[in-house]
Design a protein around this ligand. Structure first.
Ligand code: IMP
Length: 195
């Protein structure tokens, strides 16, 4: 059991499990993108450890770049959209693989994939360490998923709780208060994970 700020978390995915699964994802990517020289677009901050582990096992010709998404949103015809910060490479005519920590409602990934396609990418796929299907509000095709998890708040291996806990080398899940045990609604109020 560990404490991050005011919350208690319990072990959920240990470093060995994470490494084993991430290696498998890299193998899949090596096969699928053999002749495509993909550009991996890592979404900071949350995906930095996942990306580092994944990229160790990517053996095909490829490039990696790191972006952040603005915390503010601007109005566009498609609604409120977070802007991509720090994308210096052109994605025109490229195969892009987004590297993300967790797909929760899917809104972030829906927007990012649309924006990258709008910039002329030939293909855009998502590689996410974690996926919470029960929380999905926006349909996104998550082609490469490390672990499907239930709708509970997790921290560690890059993911934060109010900016802390990213340094934990495994993934931890919020401990359930005894009265919450039946409902499994163990998320802290709001979604306190930040990018
Ligand atoms: P969404 O899919 O647009 O709802 O947002 C996904 C983002 O919310 C992720 O990239 C994380 O930064 C954050 N997030 C969602 N669930 C969690 C969690 O359980 N722990 C930490 N951050 C989370």
């Amino acid at each position: 059991m560990i404490t991050v700020k005011d919350k208690t978390f319990v072990p959920f995915l240990d470093p060995n499990e994470l490494e084993r699964r991430i290696k498998e994802l890299a193998t899949e990517l090596n096969e699928d993108y053999q002749d495509k020289s993909p550009l991996f677009v890592v979404v900071l901050k949350g995906a930095f450890l996942f990306a580092a582990e994944l990229f160790k096992y990517v053996t095909i010709p490829s490039e990696i770049t790191f972006v952040r998404l603005s915390s503010y949103e601007t109005m566009e015809s498609s609604g409120r959209v977070k802007q991509i910060i720090g994308l210096e490479e052109s994605v025109q005519d490229r195969h892009v693989v987004i590297v993300e920590d967790i797909v929760d409602t899917g809104l972030t990934m829906a927007q990012l994939t649309a924006q990258l396609r709008g910039k002329g990418a030939i293909s855009v796929e998502i590689a996410t360490l974690l996926h919470k299907p029960e929380a999905m509000r926006e349909e996104v095709d998550t082609r490469y998923v490390g672990f499907v998890i239930e709708n509970r708040f997790v921290v560690g291996f890059g993911l934060d709780y109010e900016e802390q806990g990213r340094n934990l080398n495994g993934v931890y899940v919020l401990a359930e208060a005894p009265e919450e045990k039946d409902t499994k609604e163990a998320q802290p109020e709001g979604n306190k994970g930040t990018k």
